[in-house]
Each structure stands twice: as structure tokens, then as C-alpha cells.
Design a protein around this ligand. Sequence first.
Ligand code: PMP
Length: 450
Amino acid sequence: TMEEQSLKEELLAMDRRHLWHHMSPHNDHPVIFAEGQGSWVTDVEGNRYLDGMSGLWCVNVGHGREEIALRAFEQMKTIAYTPLMQSHLPAIRLAEKLSGWIGGPEYRIFFSNSGSEANEVAFKIARQYHHQNGEPTRHKFISRHRAYHGNSMGALAATGQAQRKRKYEPLGMGFQHVPPPYCYRCPFGQSPESCRLECARAIEEAIVWEGAETVAGVIMEPAITGGGVIVPPSGYLPAIREICDKHGVLLIIDEVITGFGRSGERLGHHNYGITADIVTMAKGLTSAYAPLSATAVRAELYEAFRGAGDDTHFRHVNTFGGNPVSCAVALQNLEILEREGLVERAAELGEGLRLRLAGLAEHPHVGDLRFFGFIAGIELVEDRASKEPASADKVMKVLSFCRSRGVILGKNGDTVPGYANIVTAAPPFVTTEAELDLIAGTLREALESL
Ligand code: PMP
């Protein structure tokens, strides 16, 4: 309507004048979203979009969950913040529940505000653990090229994407990168038949040649998500676990995206049967209804921090971390996932998406199709034989076509120019079969339009 039109113009003018967009820096025509329900979001003009990326891989239980809003309201009325940095019911209950979700050995949970911070906390704890354990020279971390671990100086240093980092250097020190387990473009020139997990051995090489006595930890996602949906061969994580044990290095698993059902299991690393020393979680912990992250540390490691006196304290003061409202929201979110069987549902939906997209495998611009739980990565190429990555222009065409048909999909980050060629889908766990049809059908048409 005319009214909606003029409201939008007014808002756009204000947006251009006051807002600094973080994802789209020169965005003069942002979509101004107004409402969300289930897998759908609506803008101020009343256009509807299927949110095929769950926001930024986070709104897993879907938009517009009244129960979560009510839980936040109840908690705010009861007590929204507690003095003296002591304890409170929502944090205690949530930590207990999270330990159950992680399973295996006992963990201690440290709350903070974002995935980046959860990783910073993991790095600080790992370094301090080695200090306390009598090995103060262990300070380095190994991570992988293409991986994304956050926006802060340490988490960005862990990130293996040049484009995100170079204007902000020097970053946190002591981060080394090795090639990822990227089977479609194996950095070691192997095929599935000739593979001897050279990618896992690269991590051991890095540890040995850096000097194991200088290495604090290895950080990785169970499968690289935002960096291009890179799913390792099944033996990779178990091999990394062994290598870390052999060299006294802590294994930090970043579950910021893969956690809470997205992988088809409760946590992504459950798919590989390994135990992590430290698990970092955010996004799906609250389905984005409140900012909250968690760093879970094996209780055994926590023992090193229990000594008498000030020396063994872990120093990371954090005003909002684990506040009662965020914890209550996370509890409600986890209760919804449990009650509605959404982890199992995510696994089924992932299979449904795989079946629906399988037909794209023969498309001349589709080089590879990859799936991890309820995540799809469609790697676009100029040419299937040479595997030359599709141009940024082609990828944008596909995404714009989908958006013009009301389907929001994503792509891997602007990692290195020429390599942002992987279209991603990770819809909410309440997505219906009909909505999966819509996603797959729209994507097919978008590819045909190239
Ligand atoms: N780790 C991974 C794997 C992520 O994808 C992200 C965010 N996209 C982060 C860490 C950082 O989380 P946040 O944006 O909440 O700081």
C-alpha cells in the first residue's frame, strides 16, 4: 500500500543516516524486516521470505516463539540481574542441562555473550590450564584454513580467511593454520580411494614442527560450516583426537553453528564418537532469542583451577555473561528442542533436503553437493572438469533470483577473492516438507536461469 511505501522510504532514509551495517557495508537498499513466524519472515512492505538460513545459522526453533518470550518476561519480572557475581537458578539449571546435552565425561560450563567470546574463553582457559599444569610454554593454537571462529582478535586469528583479517593485524599471536579436510579439492591431491587422512596428519606435522611443548590446543568445527560446508572423512576427527592425546594438546570443538541439533545429533562431534576437551557453543543455544554463549571444559581440567589463592583464578570478567534472562531463554529453547523432538526432526529434514537437491548434481554449474545434518552446501563452478570456482557474479545471481522468489539462502564468506562460491541452506527445524520443496525448486530454477 501507499502507507507501507512511505513508511519504508522514511525508515530507509533514517537507516542510511544512522546505521552502520555489519554484514552489508554499503547497503543502501536493505530489506527492513518487521516480523517472523516459524520459517518465515516479513518485511515492512509485507513481502514474505522463507528464512532458509535460520537468520545466521541460529534461529533453529523458528521465529515467533511465544513461550520463549513469556519465559524471558517471567524471568525479567522475577530478577533480571544478580549482584556480587554469585549464582542464580537459571544458570545452575542451564549448566546442568548443557552437561547432559554434551554427554560423556563431566564438564564445567562458563557463560559469555557470543560465539567469538566463547572461543576467546576457550583459548584463555587452555593457555592457563597448561600454565597451571606446569607447562607454561604451551601457548599456540592450530586451526584450519577456511574456518571461521569469530570477530575478536583471538577468534579472528584462529579464523583461516585472509580477507577478514588483513586490515586488523596484528591479531592474537600464536595461531597456525593447516589445510582443511576438503575432499572435493583435496589439498593433498588425494582421491577418496587414495586418502590416508593426510589432512589429519598435517595437524600432527604442525604440532611436531612447531614443537609440541609450545602447542596449547587445536580448534575446529566438527564440519566447517560458514567456511564452505566442508565435511571431513569419517576417520578425521577420531584421528585428531588421538593426535591431541599423544602430544598433550587440548582439542577445542567449536559447536557454535553445529550444536543443538543442526548436525542431526545433539552436538556435531557426536557424529564422530569423539570427546572434546573444550566445547564452545552459542547461536542455537538460545535460537538467537537472547545473546548467550557457553564454553564447556572437562571437569578434569577444571581441577587445575581450584588451587588455593589468587594465582589459579581464571580471569575473564564479563558483565552480561550468563545473565538470568539469557539463561532462562536458553532453558526454554532446549526444552522446546526436547519436547518437540527437533534434533531428530533436523536429521530427517536434512535427509529430505539431500533427496530434493540430489538432482542438481548433474547441473553444469554444480561442482559438488555437501550435506551435514540439516546443512546443505552447493559448490558452484564455472566448469565441472576444471572445477574453476563460479564467479562472484554467478553466485550473486543465484542468491538474488532466490530472494526475488521469496527464498533466503546464504553463501560462504568473502574468504579470499574468487572463492565465495558455495551456496548454503540451513533452515529452521520447523520447516515443512512443502517448504523444502520450495527451497529445492527455487534453487533449481535459479541455476537454470544462469
Ligand atoms: N564460530 C563459528 C563456527 C561461527 O560460525 C561463528 C559465527 N558465525 C562464531 C564462532 C562467532 O560467533 P558470534 O558471531 O556469536 O561471535
